[in-house]
Structures are given as C-alpha cells and as structure tokens.
Design a protein around this ligand. Sequence first.
Ligand code: ZN
Length: 74
Amino acid sequence: MYDDLDDIDDSMMELNDEASYVCGSCGEDIVVPVDNSEGRDQQYVEDCPVCCCPNVIYVEIDQDGFINVRSHLE
Ligand SMILES: [Zn+2]
C-alpha cells in the first residue's frame, strides 16, 4: 500500500497541534487537531467519533503555547 501522508504534511503551512478530550458520554479519549491560528480561546461542537454524541469542546492556549481542552456533552 502506498502511503503519501507525508506529502499532505508538507502542504500544510499553518502550525497545527493536537490535544485530547474525554468524551462525556462514552469516556473515550479523543484526539483532536488544534489550529493555533483560530485564536487562544476556541469553542466548537464535535460529534464523538466513537459514540457519535455531540460534545462541546473548549480549547484554551496559554502564552506558553500549552493547549488545554475541556468538554461537556451538548
Ligand atoms: Zn463518545
């Protein structure tokens, strides 16, 4: 199988990071990409990929670049 994921990384100019939250419904640890260009405080709704329950995700990026993610069920 040909794996060309490296080519996708090369085309991404924005600095992206990852963080994780715990789904409020099934308790699974869900890893989400964090786009630093969206600001230090972000909020959005994401359906859990495991149980499909919508979680409200709060992303906070402090001045050291540390990403803090909290969530609760919508
Ligand atoms: Zn879930």
